[in-house]
Design a protein around this ligand. Structure first.
Ligand code: SAM
Length: 175
């Protein structure tokens, strides 16, 4: 069964902190169900949802199923394949927000994800990443060692009961 608890935490964080999505250029990495990007689109952002090529058809279908028959934002979200460390140069670097829920769990992908985040955030985008903190040598390593190599990283939300953190990251030299 797919767990979307990290994605729901991120959605709730945006809602509780009244993040302004109106007119913002937003890209979601490893979008899965697409729930985070779909929320951003419903709040007025111009959204690109991305995931591995094999996940794109399901993502597109989720987006279509959750597209309201009226009141949809003027710009329909796009769905595109983006494999970390491989495809980021097919994308611009002028995003306002880069989002990711539960995308930090495989240590071998950490350098690839870092390269992708660096490219996408070159124009000053703020990245919001929510993660379950799996094992002392698992997910926390990405936020303590990998991401800070290139980003200023701030813990903005912590749910000790569910062990889920949300981090805000800004590429060094872009502030
Ligand atoms: C645990 S799921 C999270 C999905 C969604 N963000 C959520 O919170 O429900 C991890 C997602 O990352 C994607 N992913 C894993 N490795 C990837 C890679 N190397 N490049 C791009 N996406 C990747 C998977 O296809 C999957 O959709």
């Amino acid at each position: 069964m797919v767990s979307i608890v990290e994605a729901l935490h991120l959605c709730r964080y945006f809602e509780e902190n009244s993040l302004n999505f109106e007119g913002k250029r937003v890209i979601e990495l490893g979008a899965g169900t697409g729930i985070v990007g779909i929320l951003a689109a419903r709040l007025g952002a111009n959204v690109t949802l991305t995931d591995l090529p094999l996940a794109v058809p399901q993502l597109q279908s989720n987006l279509s199923a959750n597209m309201p028959s009226f009141g949809w934002p003027s710009v329909t979200p796009s769905v595109l394949p983006l494999s970390w460390g491989q495809d980021q140069n097919n994308f611009a670097s002028d995003w306002d927000l880069v989002l990711g829920a539960d995308i930090v769990y495989l240590a071998e992908t950490y350098p690839l994800l870092l390269d992708t985040l660096v490219h996408l955030c070159k124009g000053g985008a703020v990245a919001y990443l929510s993660s379950k903190m799996r094992g002392e040598h698992g997910t926390p390593v990405f936020y303590r060692h990998t991401l800070p190599q290139k980003f200023h990283v701030e813990l903005v939300h912590c749910d000790p009961a569910q062990n889920i953190n949300i981090y805000r990251a800004l590429l060094r030299g872009t502030q």
